[in-house]
Every structure is written in structure tokens, then in C-alpha cells.
Design a protein around this ligand. Structure first.
Ligand SMILES: [Zn+2]
Length: 108
């Protein structure tokens, strides 16, 4: 059965969260290691980050990238980086934010 975008987003959030947990279990020291994310440009913790080709992405951007790939919003990491450059990413991130908002409504 085909997954709904909601299910995909939820699954990706769990996967991304698990990456942080796994990284910290494997190497607790990286909790104090920071790097400049190639995607959002922020100084982020190494835990849960992933190297995609020439780029290292923080966990937040990994979530965005993986969700984007799963939903067919981008085909490769370069499309994500290009989207980031012309600040189209804000728009693309909206689908995750919308989903989070929708969930909050359901909970209330
Ligand atoms: Zn980032």
C-alpha cells in the first residue's frame, strides 16, 4: 500500500531522531562536536549529521533532505542545495511545518 505524505514525514522524523541516538551511543563525545552545516549554514552538532557527496548536513537538514527525497520533492542532494541557495527551501519546508501544525490540531 502506498504511504500518505503524513506517514512518510512521520517515519522520516523517527529515522532522523534515531540517527542522533545511534551516533551518540556509538560515540558520546560527538555531543560536543560542532560543524557548520553546508545546507542551513548554522553551527550544528555532529550527532545525526550525514555526509552527502561534498556536503555535510545537520540532522535538521537530513530530515528535510530525506523527507524531500521520499516525497519526490528533490531527486538529489544538489537540487536541495540549489533550492537552499535561492531560499526556495523555506517553501519546501512548509510541507513539514504544515504537517506538524495539523497534528497539533488533532491532539487538541
Ligand atoms: Zn543544516
Amino acid at each position: 500500500m502506498k504511504k500518505t505524505p503524513e506517514e512518510i514525514i512521520e517515519e522520516m522524523q523517527q529515522v532522523a531522531h534515531q540517527m542522533v541516538i545511534d551516533d551518540l551511543e556509538e560515540n558520546p563525545d560527538i555531543a560536543n562536536d560542532y560543524f557548520d552545516c553546508d545546507c542551513c549554514g548554522k553551527n550544528k552538532c555532529l550527532a545525526g549529521s550525514i555526509q552527502y557527496g561534498d556536503y555535510r548536513l545537520c540532522n535538521d537538514c537530513v530530515l528535510l533532505a530525506e523527507t524531500g527525497f521520499a516525497l519526490g520533492k528533490f531527486n538529489d542532494i544538489q537540487s536541495l542545495m540549489d533550492a537552499m541557495e535561492d531560499s526556495r527551501l523555506e517553501e519546501l519546508c512548509q510541507f513539514i511545518k504544515d504537517e506538524e501544525t495539523r497534528k497539533k490540531h488533532l491532539e487538541n
